[in-house]
Design a protein around this ligand. Structure first.
Ligand SMILES: Cc1cc2nc3c(=O)[nH]c(=O)nc-3n(C[C@H](O)[C@H](O)[C@H](O)COP(=O)(O)OP(=O)(O)OC[C@H]3O[C@@H](n4cnc5c(N)ncnc54)[C@H](O)[C@@H]3O)c2cc1C
Length: 172
């Protein structure tokens, strides 16, 4: 992010050349880009709330818990929010339903908020050592059955803690 302004001041073709070196197959896409303004600059920040309701409002999705995209879970979390809220509203009157919604979402959201924050330096930072550690350790973890199961559950959006996995009841 601290190089965006500098990038805007350099000719677009220089940037295109550097992209082509990394990914020659991007040529078709690059031809469609004629100015710096054709590109969006993505920056991320975490939204952290203690509870996701007031007396008559429920907060869902990114508004409730925007996080960095390392684990690709934004949509999963938003869908589980919606499913959980619907379930609470079916079972309880409004004030209790909203309180219960926040309670039931706590563990699942806490796990993914911590995990994405923890994973960010390994995927998006200037620390090359962390990238190397990631590239060396992930294949090893993938070959260990327990670790592989945890990694798969994490990517499927099902984890509620280091050892916890979301119950299928959450998707009724
Ligand atoms: C670059 C990037 C890559 C991502 N990759 C993934 C991925 O691989 N997997 C994944 O699961 N998630 C991914 N996400 C996250 C995912 O897109 C979000 O978590 C998800 O879209 C959140 O859904 P939402 O409904 O809460 O919010 P949004 O999808 O942002 O929907 C909010 C809607 O409200 C509308 N709106 C805003 N203000 C108003 C207003 N005042 N009145 C009326 N409407 C309004 C907006 O136009 C928008 O349509 C990614 C996000 C980004 C930015």
């Amino acid at each position: 992010m601290d190089k965006v302004e500098q990038w805007r001041d350099t000719p677009l073709d220089e940037w295109k050349e550097s992209v082509l070196k990394l990914a020659p197959q991007a040529e078709g896409f690059l031809q469609q880009i004629n100015s710096h303004d054709d590109l969006s600059v993505a920056s991320y920040h975490d939204v952290v709330m203690k509870k996701w309701h007031t007396n008559n409002v429920a907060i869902l999705g990114d508004a409730a818990h925007a996080l960095s995209p390392q684990l690709g879970q934004g949509v999963n979390l938003a869908l589980v929010d919606a499913s959980t809220l619907a379930q609470c509203l079916r079972e309880l009157d409004l004030p209790e339903a909203l309180t219960s919604y926040s309670e039931r979402r706590k563990k699942h959201l806490a796990f993914y908020q911590r995990a994405t924050r923890w994973a960010t330096p390994f995927f998006q930072s200037d620390y090359r050592l962390l990238g190397t550690a990631r590239d060396l350790s992930f294949p090893v973890m993938n070959s260990l059955p327990w670790a592989r199961k945890q990694m798969t559950a994490t990517m499927a959006g099902l984890k509620t803690g280091p050892f916890g996995i979301l119950s299928p009841d959450n998707f009724v």
